[in-house]
Design a protein around this ligand. Structure first.
Ligand code: UD1
Ligand code: CA
Length: 453
């Protein structure tokens, strides 16, 4: 679709959300609602996108970031008024697609289809309608002899109109020039005192143009999120859509209702996702892994045949055949090699752990470079922070770290060194050495008996 310009309406506060966060920034799974609408537009081939911002515009703009244009609607005087703020963006010819920032389930295929119908029917405007069980809150499509007559909002509808189940999805495409002409006739003479975009369609019809209706095949795509309840409904539909796609591609998801996977997550076939798992951001998981139960992975790379249970990973990398958890925490910039074991109650931060190393339990490894085939005893701590600065710990291949060792950084443990349990290491340890850094044990004979006298 060449030259398709898109305007996304996102200036409203979303009063019905009862939130200090602007409506379009509420999340469906791991992404904001407006993100999905922008992504669908791009996937439909739209290159030029303008987002109408207003309520808390700085926050909305910051969250959306670069790559789109913005137009400001200072006062939220209605959807028609919102679109008028993009007058400079709307070209003098061609078409302009209009989407709402609160309909995150819209797909690129639907946008393309709308454009095709609009062009082939040579309409002034084409709107997507949907037939729904419960039309409450939506604008109703009023037809006369089967063709478009007007759209009536819930608050302006007569009792008879309220019975109509064909609703306005809020997705439209207009001929740019005719749209701009119609703006001149738009008034706010209605129950809410707003400039309704929906009235523009009636104006176009009265100006002699054709207004087409494309009836949606799947009304789920057009769920308009106005409340937290609808937000949860949208999340449920999105979750199902993503999980079904992954299962078709060969991923096993034991309980799809209880598994939350973001749209940008990639998972290879033959990986099993167990219940209570949340996979977010640009996470990439290889094949033959078992992930979960109750695991959260954010923007991390997990290679093949990895087992991760009851754990949290943020911006981490885990290589083939490694096991993580239960109850491990891999924080940003943790790179874990192959055949590594990260066991229970282990936290790793900003560290490299090379192949074959075992960090089995109750250990903190921060700001460290850890070699191959090292054994960490239970309760090891890399003491990386002196209250002001952070320092690195280096442990080379085949070293043995006894239980309850403190490694006061900066410190280096050379290859094959051996640290006795309970040591607090403050000096570098040479290759093959045994290091014992603890006070000597004293046994006082018969002490107990003397005390009890
Ligand atoms: C709107 C439609 C309704 C349709 C429904 C579909 C109108 C008048 N009504 O109603 O027919 O069935 O969407 O979901 O268009 N916005 C602005 N500036 C404003 C007002 C709204 O940018 O001044 C934005 C909002 O941020 C939102 C979108 O426009 O993203 C829709 O606004 P909303 O108030 O949710 O409209 P609805 O009452 O749902
Ligand atoms: Ca809405």
């Amino acid at each position: 679709m060449s030259n398709l310009k898109v305007v996304i309406l996102a200036a409203g506060q979303g009063t019905r959300m009862k939130s200090k966060v602007p409506k379009v920034l509420h999340k469906v799974l791991d992404k904001t609602m407006i993100d999905y609408v922008i992504t669908a537009s791009r996937n439909a081939g739209a290159e030029d996108i303008c987002v109408i911002v207003g309520h808390q515009s700085a926050m909305v703009k910051a969250m959306i970031g670069d790559g789109v244009k913005f137009a400001l609607q200072k006062q939220q005087l209605g959807t028609g008024h919102a679109l008028m703020q993009a007058s400079d963006f709307i070209a003098e010819d061609g078409n302009i697609l209009v989407l709402c920032g609160d309909t995150p389930l819209i797909t690129a295929q639907t946008i393309k289809k709308l454009n095709d119908i609009h062009v082939s029917e040579d309409n002034f405007a084409t709107v997507i309608s949907a037939v729904v069980e419960n039309p409450f809150g939506y604008g109703r499509i009023i037809r006369e002899n089967g063709v478009f007559s007007k759209i009536t909002e819930q608050k302006d509808a007569t009792e008879a109109e309220k019975e109509i189940k064909e609703i306005n999805t809020g997705v439209y495409i207009f001929k740019a020039k005719e749209l701009k002409e119609a703006f001149k006739s738009l008034t706010n003479n209605n129950a809410q005192g707003e400039y309704y975009l929906t009235d523009v369609l009636e104006i176009l019809k009265n100006n002699g143009g054709k207004v087409g209706i494309m009836t949606a095949e799947d009304e789920n795509e057009f769920l308009g999120v106005n409340s937290k309840l609808q937000l949860s409904q949208a999340s449920k539909i999105m979750k199902r859509r993503i999980n079904e796609k992954l299962m078709i591609e060969g991923v096993t998801i034991e309980d799809p209702d209880n598994t939350y996977i973001g749209m940008d997550v990639e998972i290879a076939a033959d990986t099993v996702i167990l219940p209570g798992t949340i996979l977010e951001g640009k996470t990439k998981i290889g094949s033959d892994c078992i992930i979960g139960p109750n695991t959260r992975i954010i923007s991390s790379v997990v290679k093949d045949a990895v087992i991760i249970q009851h754990s949290t990973l943020i911006n981490a990398e885990v290589d083939n055949f490694t096991t993580v958890g239960p109850y491990a925490y891999l924080r940003p910039n943790s790179k874990i090699g192959e055949h590594v074991r990260i066991g229970d109650f282990v936290e790793i931060k900003n560290s490299n752990i090379d192949d074959g190393t075992k960090v089995s339990h109750l250990t903190y490894v921060g700001d460290s470079d850890v070699g191959k085939n090292i054994n960490f005893g239970c309760g090891t701590v890399t003491v990386n922070y002196d209250g002001r600065n952070k320092f690195r710990t280096t442990i080379k291949d085949n070293a043995f770290i006894g239980c309850n060792t403190n490694l006061i950084a900066p410190v280096t443990v050379e290859e094959n060194a051996y640290i006795a349990a309970g040591s607090t290491i403050t000096k570098d340890i040479p290759e093959n050495a045994l290091s014992i850094a603890r006070s000597k044990q004293i046994n006082k004979a018969e002490w107990r008996k003397k005390m009890n006298k």
